[in-house]
Ligand binder design. Sequence first.
Ligand SMILES: [Zn+2]
Length: 581
Amino acid sequence: MNKPIILCFFFILLFSLPGLAQNKPILHLKYEQNYTPTYREVIEMYRLLDATYENAKLIENGLTDCGKPLHTFIINSEKEFNPEKIREQGKAVLLINNGIHPGEPAGIDASLQFADDLLRNKNGLATLLKNTVVVIIPAYNIGGLLNRSAFNRANQTTPYETGFRGNAANYDLNRDFVKCDSENAKSFTMIFQKWNPDVFLDTHTTNGSDHKYSVTLIAPQPDMFPPAQKTFLRKKMIPSLYKEMKKGEYELIPYVMWMSGNPQKGILMGQFGGRYSSGYANLFNSYGMMTENHIYKRYADRVKSCNQFITVLAKFISDNAGEVINSRKRGFEEMISAKTYAIDTQLDTTRFSKVEFKGYAADNNQISKVTGLKHFDYDRSQPFVDSIPFYSTYNSIDSVEIPKYYILPQAYKRVIERLALNKIQFTKVKNDTIIKVKVDYIDEFSNAKQPSNGHYFHNIVTTQSEIQNIKYYAGDLIIPVRQQGIKYILETLEPKAKDSFFRWNFFDNILDRREYFSSYGFEENALKYLNEHPEFKRKFQEKKKSDSEFANSHRAQLAYIYYNTEWSEKSYKRYPVGRIY
Ligand SMILES: [Zn+2]
């Protein structure tokens, strides 16, 4: 080592120590010029931060569909990046995901800005690292980011170039968390399970209704959580985030989901299920949320308001680390002692609070500069401030009794792979055996006309339950329900749950028959059955007497015998996951 190198090393070491401010940011972000970095530039910038600060590290975590690795960037107070060791110190974990929709890159820039600010201890920010560790996924949809063009987002003008929504396998990754088709989702699951974040943020941009706010929030919907967490969210976390944002340059409002045609009639808080990032986090009682930046604002304002939210969120977690961690712990205890679990909910339209809304008048008579015709637009010359209803309460409309175990035949490898990825514990049946279980028959199911993200999702599912003695084989899975992933287990294995594996086609093989009867082949067996079962024969003959159409149809009569006796295959439409109570 020559002298300049030693000196340089000394300075890097000196400025790496948390609490010692670097005066200037080391990254050169160009969001003020409407430029968002390319995927390679993003990774290069995190590499630079990693090389500059010893309390930060960029690591690879499995692959994505385009063959490139998924990175995480970890910022801790010291040179320790092992999740178990960090958790042992009682630190809360904040996980931030960016670029799931590459056309919505504000969070990519905002996270880079935040990392730079935090590491150089801008305004004393680094104190939050005392009890919080920040984990950033710099860019999730790498394939989409590499597919960069000025024509990927028809409704936005800046940044001038962005990536494309579909990933390398053309999945919308924000529908893929439960079904986990993409390599991105599999690698994400491993990251999520490794860190078990207390709070999770996924950054987005929306072109929904126009208003004055640069950033909006899809908060964790409190009614999706057990009582202790619900109270913490409603009484403390959500109000604090809005209050603290109000102190800064950019105010925050809930993501604008209209009740009916016009925000002035009210907006609602959505419930996002396990296919979505925040809903997936909820399956593990993590406080999952999404920011939605507003497309019609300057790109720099989108980035800065997102950065302000990340800063407010990280500070809230740090100021309340004990409560964040303990409320999750209590929530888990409440979940495992619960008897029932809500699998369907409905917005309560009788309960609402009032929120201030700064909007623009909607106008159906604007004249288009493109077509010269009338069209819907907002009149920015007519701003208004109104107090509007905000609906945020959901009631359970369907629930299940929580079983002690689910029994899953080993044949369903794709389901088992996902359970294992999500660290679900199970044992295996030791010897072939018959077990008395409660099973569901799928009554109705809807067949979507169009595929959605590679699946023909079953939007409608109705079932009927039966107690049956079913043969299971050595190696089939016995899944105890009351464990860390209880909610994930219930939401994926209860067929009627909103994002169940059944709905996502993992069990479609049960929905058609394997055997059949022929009008002549079944004759001999049908006759033998009638003769050996006089009670059934009597019913059959009564039906012939009372139903002339039936009496005149050879096919209908054979079908009656086939479908109402042991001949009818038991496994047809029988959901193969058994429940033990
Ligand atoms: Zn999005």
